[in-house]
Design a protein around this ligand. Structure first.
Ligand code: SAH
Length: 270
């Protein structure tokens, strides 16, 4: 991987592969949301890096330092992918939390975001994306469980198009509000049941689940491109992180990565 020569931390512009950027695509059913519908670059049809990230950070120098420490801890726990680490450095996690939680934003822990849901622990976000992308810039990625939108923002620096589904309307709205000021052009948020996936946009190079089911919904396996990768927590009280690779039309290969702990994957919408 050419990124091996780059120095950490990378600038945002070096994280996003401009050569592969292309005009944004929208859902055909008209029900989609883009995180930056009103931004100028969207009107111009360009895909832009979230250049406003540091400008929406109230005290960038302060949060940069604590975020660097968080990224360092994630690296020490074994995440090696430099572009994933750089994306974690670039996205201000504290902006996804309510004001009372901001002080804990860079602790390596999951934190409450309301509605009995959590923002995932930084380590597991990084680890899952590292496994998902396997050193390759992804084209189309689907996230199940937008929550506050943090992981979608990290993914947006490592994929050309990120689609993210959330089943709780209030969290879908929260994610929209969190992402809007960051002006990320390549995220589409969808309110719906992620267990059904997004057949109208499939196939996906990568599918990532931020909530654990007892098994991986078969519709999601079908929406994986041949050669594509799906990363998901599986289980109830005891959970494991699974990597599923689609080998061909009818075959998928499962690899168990490590134990993990996620909120449950639930059907329907609320
Ligand atoms: N991606 C988030 C993690 C959110 S927690 C982050 O960046 O931290 C997992 C989320 O999955 C919750 O918001 C929960 O409501 C959602 N979820 C659970 N089952 C779902 C389903 N079937 N479809 C879509 N979202 C689901």
């Amino acid at each position: 991987m050419s990124s091996g020569e780059k120095r950490f931390p990378l600038s945002l512009s070096s994280v996003v592969d401009k050569k592969t950027a292309r005009p944004e695509r929208r859902f055909t059913d008209g029900s989609s949301q883009t995180a930056m519908q009103n931004s100028q670059s969207a009107r111009l049809g360009r895909v832009a890096a979230p250049v406003a990230v540091s400008s929406v950070t109230e005290r960038p120098a302060v949060s940069d330092g604590v975020r660097r420490a968080m990224v360092q801890r994630v690296a020490e726990q074994g995440v090696r992918d430099e572009l994933v680490l750089a994306a974690m450095q670039a996205i201000p996690r504290h902006l996804f939390l309510e004001s009372g939680m901001v002080g804990q934003a860079y602790v390596d822990a999951s934190l409450p975001i309301g509605y009995q849901q959590t923002i995932s622990q930084p380590y597991i976000v990084a680890r899952m994306i590292e496994i998902l992308r396997n050193g390759v810039m992804m084209d189309r990625v689907l996230e199940i469980g937008t929550g506050c939108g943090y992981q979608a923002a990290v993914l947006s620096l490592l994929a050309k198009d990120v689609y993210s589904i959330e089943r709780i309307k209030a969290l879908h709205e929260l994610a929209k509000n969190n992402l809007r000021p960051m002006r990320i052009a390549n995220i589409r948020l969808q309110y719906g049941d992620g267990m059904l996936g997004l057949p109208q946009v499939a196939p996906f190079d990568g599918i990532i689940l931020a909530a654990a089911g007892l098994e991986i919904p078969s519709g999601l396996l079908e929406q994986l491109r041949i050669g594509g990768r799906l990363v998901a927590p599986v289980g109830g009280k005891k959970q494991e992180l699974h990597l599923i690779e689609r080998l061909n039309q009818k075959e998928w290969r499962k690899t168990v990565i490590e134990s993990c702990h996620f909120v449950p994957l639930q059907p329907g919408m609320v």
